[in-house]
Design a protein around this ligand. Structure first.
Ligand code: URA
Length: 231
């Protein structure tokens, strides 16, 4: 950790440890390779080490039956389990257990706060498969504004992509800025439809691209910079 932080070389770091100049949480350590976590306070010659942890940013195509959390008391698979890293990353916002699609994970708290803050109005686009076909009456209600838990949901964009008259289902694309839990399902419930499948296909300027279910990639520096600038 000392060498990783850029404080000094690995060899010098070992010398400092052997000289008894390194404290972890107030205790002198003299074992080389002593394991520390992000929360441990490391002191060298009386100075607290700035660990300068590398920031990581991932875009995951979340499969169904994976929970958007860092751990689960029911031992279900989490989005964090799908990413190969030792960093303490967590998802930015939530997708339901049965929702698939685009979710960002990071260990950068500032970045996550920017994206989740309601004032930054990050657009999210979903495709919902519903058990019915929207009619004129529904569109009238949508134009008037659908009240969800005493707050009107503002729809940025909505488009019926496909209608299957035989099966009585449709695919609807919907773009919103809101991040309230279960908001898309609640929106369709308010119109008396059930959401049979839900996928997030876009988050701000990011799309799933070629990522298959369960696959992920790191965000590029430009993508991170763009999202930081939403502030
Ligand atoms: N809205 C929902 O209802 N569920 C999600 O997972 C995301 C948005």
């Amino acid at each position: 950790m000392i060498a990783e932080s850029g404080y000094t070389s690995r060899r010098k770091a070992e010398e400092l440890i052997l000289a008894g100049k390194v404290l972890v949480n107030g205790e002198i350590i003299t074992t080389l390779g002593f394991k520390v976590s992000d929360e441990d306070i490391i002191e060298i010659d009386g100075n607290i080490l700035n660990k300068n942890i590398k920031k990581e940013y991932y875009l995951l195509n979340k499969p169904r039956e994976v929970i958007c959390s860092v751990s689960d008391d029911k031992k279900r698979k989490t989005v964090v389990d799908l990413i190969d890293t030792n960093s303490r990353i967590y998802p930015v916002g939530r997708l339901d257990y049965d929702t698939t699609g685009l979710i960002i994970l990071t260990n950068d708290g500032n970045f996550a706060n920017i994206l989740m803050h309601p004032s930054h109005k990050v657009e999210k686009t979903y495709i919902a498969k519903i058990n019915g076909i929207l009619n004129e009456d529904d569109f009238k209600k949508i134009r008037k504004g659908i009240d969800i838990d005493k707050r009107v949901l503002k729809i940025k964009h909505m488009k019926v992509k496909e209608v299957d008259k035989k099966k009585n289902t449709s695919l609807v694309e919907i773009t919103i800025e809101e991040g309230r839990n279960h908001i898309v399902r609640k929106f369709f419930e308010a119109l008396h439809y059930d959401v049979l499948k839900l996928t997030r296909i876009k988050y701000a300027n990011l799309t799933l691209g070629n990522l298959k279910s369960g696959e992920y990639r790191e965000l590029s520096k430009d993508e991170v910079r763009y999202l930081y600038n939403l502030k």
